[in-house]
Design a protein around this ligand. Structure first.
Ligand code: SF4
Length: 380
């Protein structure tokens, strides 16, 4: 936590607000191949981001304000919780801080999020004014992500879509009952689901803002939701709302209200992080491997088994689908093999096109570790 004895200057405020922005992941601020919990670089305001192309870059990420009138029990910034110095940045202060990073090529874009100081639209206004200065006055054409504040008006949402390359709105948990345990002031249907639907309609294929990427985030383990409930919502969010990405943040015990189910839970922090990891793997199965939410396997308590990846769990429950013949199987069948991802499958299909019969996966360019994992599930 940053301690400031005098009135904070812009640099102090940036340090405080960029550090507090770490709790928000919904901009793909993770590493492509590593632990999704590496959120920041030291205590600076640049965060690694995975691009659609597979490359990486750094996003300048800050809260516009960490003052908040809301009462989200899992959030260290909630009203009445005095663990953090409160401050806000003016739009011009953010623009002046960000531009040198962009112009020097150190940052590829900017992520704007905020606590709710005043009304949802007042919080949106500070982000939108920053975005407008960047886009219209400074000619900034890079990545610009705006976090939509729960309860934002349709007009504020539409302005954000005009300016941003990506927007997100955190759903936080699976359903109104769990949500009520997290916040008494926010209304799940009105402040979260209705704006998510509005965003979905405006960014659907062929719609006016179809170019804008959309996402959401779950805080995992703050309530006592099961993975089965989370995965059901994930499936619906992808199918009905057309989201481009879903992010998960394991609840960080000790930061929230003592009444929160997550504070009373006996699940270890290590298992909570592992749960977050399994949900990310499941997300990949839904987005990249052609799995439906109903196909995901759970344990008797309705959670993802922590001791095996979800694709392997599915494979063990479907012996009739194996072994898969790597010389005949189609892309979808190959993608179901534990160990084989989109890159490996592409290499196998390319090797087959070349005319040769594949006798060992390594001969098709599949990495040895992945080939070993797939070995028990294939026939060559
Ligand atoms: S709205 Fe909730 S999650 Fe967002 S900053 Fe305020 S208390 Fe935290």
């Amino acid at each position: 936590m940053v301690s400031i004895q005098r009135a904070p200057d812009v640099r102090d405020k940036l340090r405080i607000l960029a550090a507090d922005a770490q709790y928000d992941l919904s901009c793909a601020c993770t590493c492509a191949t590593g632990d999704p919990r590496r959120r920041g670089l030291d205590d600076r305001w640049l965060y690694p981001v995975t691009l659609q192309s597979g490359g990486r870059g750094l996003m300048f990420k800050t809260l516009v304000s960490n003052a908040c009138a809301n009462d989200c029990k899992y959030c260290p910034l909630r009203a009445g919780h005095d663990a953090t110095p409160r401050c806000s940045l003016a739009p011009e202060e953010i623009v002046r801080a960000f531009l040198p990073y962009w112009r020097s090529g150190q940052a590829i874009g900017i992520f704007l999020t905020s606590g709710v100081a005043g009304s949802p639209d007042a919080a949106m206004e500070r982000m939108l004014a920053t975005a407008e200065r960047l886009r219209r006055r400074e000619g900034f054409r890079g990545m610009l992500h705006i976090k939509i504040i729960p309860g934002a008006s349709d007009a504020a949402i539409e302005r954000a879509l005009q300016l941003a390359s990506g927007v997100s709105l955190n759903i936080e948990t699976a359903g109104a009952d769990h949500f009520a345990r997290l916040s008494a002031r926010k209304d799940y249907l009105k402040s979260v689901i209705a704006p998510l639907k509005r965003i979905a309609a405006l960014t659907a294929k062929g719609a006016r803002y179809a170019r804008v990427k959309t996402g959401t985030q779950f805080v995992v383990g703050a309530s006592d939701e099961t993975d089965r409930e989370v995965v059901r919502y994930m499936g619906a969010l992808y199918e009905r709302m057309g989201l481009h990405g879903i992010y998960f943040s394991a609840y960080q015990r000790g930061l929230g209200d003592p009444d929160l189910p997550g504070e009373r839970s006996t699940v270890s922090n290590a298992d909570l992080l592992n749960r977050e990891h399994r949900l990310y793997q499941t997300d990949y199965l839904l987005r990249k491997y052609g799995f439906a939410a109903e196909e995901i396997g759970f344990d008797a308590a309705g959670n993802l088994p922590l001791d095996a990846d979800p694709k392997e769990v599915w494979a063990r429950r479907h012996p009739e689908r194996f072994p898969v013949d790597v010389n005949r199987a189609d892309k979808e069948e190959l993608l179901r093999v534990p160990g084989l991802g989109p890159v490996a499958v592409k290499r196998i299909l390319a090797a087959r096109k070349g005319g040769g019969r594949i006798r060992r996966l390594e001969d098709a360019g599949v990495r040895a570790a992945l080939a070993r994992k797939a070995a028990g599930w294939i026939a060559c």
